[in-house]
Design a protein around this ligand. Structure first.
Ligand code: AMP
Length: 241
């Protein structure tokens, strides 16, 4: 398997040229790095990241009907009802940029969402089977990643007060704007999110593990090293190693 761990996935991987990535699922607990990895892979493969959390937050910000229904539920990390999220994903999957593949980040989070997605993709002309990658990070590290996370409200850059602090405390290095903390990134909400993850989302991982095109990857290294390993396992699972 060709895995590059030193120079990052963009520099040497053949994957972007060798095959169509198809549908990729990034699974794992809150704070495991799904969003960060999705952005790395999106750049490499030129396919979109579909983050249901980002889509829902955009709906809340625009106060759409969906956003109004989701707002309170999301406040402390409870899950938005399956049919609302499925419908939102269905609409996103009609966009032409998803034809060659897409990276789902934060979806599916329940078994009914997984069944819905499997059925949906089965009817999609020419769609490759799903490849699922589960990221793993130790509990204490997850807690630090979540409770230390701060976002720039202007450019959306993500910092961490413990692990990746801005140069000037509390302010974005690029925009100078005051950084904000997501309402659901407190320790109290984190406990509930982890509980939801264990009862509702962990079975999704077992579902895709059983289907076979599945790999588990440690998320406890440099971003580029984790991305490189994901590239390698996707290549292998697609039969191109
Ligand atoms: P995230 O940015 O992935 O942490 O998602 C933020 C919040 O959006 C979650 O805590 C849920 O309230 C909601 N959410 C995101 N994705 C889903 C999903 N697949 N199913 C239900 N709720 C979701």
């Amino acid at each position: 398997m060709a895995v590059e761990t030193s120079s990052g996935p963009q520099s040497g991987s053949r994957l972007g040229h060798a095959l169509t990535p198809g549908p990729i699922l990034l699974l794992g607990a809150p704070g495991v790095g799904k969003g960060t990895q999705a952005k790395e892979l999106m750049r490499l493969w030129k396919i979109p990241q579909i983050s249901t959390g980002d889509l829902l937050r955009a709906n809340v910000a625009q106060s759409t009907e969906l956003g109004r229904a989701a707002k309170e539920i999301m406040q402390c990390g409870n899950l938005v009802p399956d049919d609302l999220v499925n419908q939102m994903v269905a609409v996103r999957l009609t966009e032409p940029d998803t034809r060659e593949g897409f990276i789902l980040d934060g979806f599916p989070r329940t078994l009914p969402q997984a069944s819905w997605l499997d059925a949906k993709l089965a009817t999609r002309p020419g769609a490759l089977p799903i490849v699922a990658v589960s990221l793993q990070v130790d509990y204490n590290q997850l807690l630090r990643r979540i409770t230390g996370r701060r976002n720039c409200p202007v450019c959306q850059r993500i910092y961490n007060v413990y692990l990746q602090p801005p140069q000037r405390e509390g302010h974005c290095d690029v925009e100078g704007a005051e950084l904000v903390q997501r309402a659901d990134d407190t320790e109290m909400c984190f406990q509930g999110r982890i509980a939801n993850y264990q009862s509702l989302t962990a079975p999704v991982i077992e579902h895709y593990r059983a289907l076979g095109r599945f790999a588990q990857v440690s998320g406890e290294r440099e971003v580029a090293a984790v991305a490189a390993e994901i590239v390698g396992v996707v290549e292998r699972l697609r039969g191109h190693a």
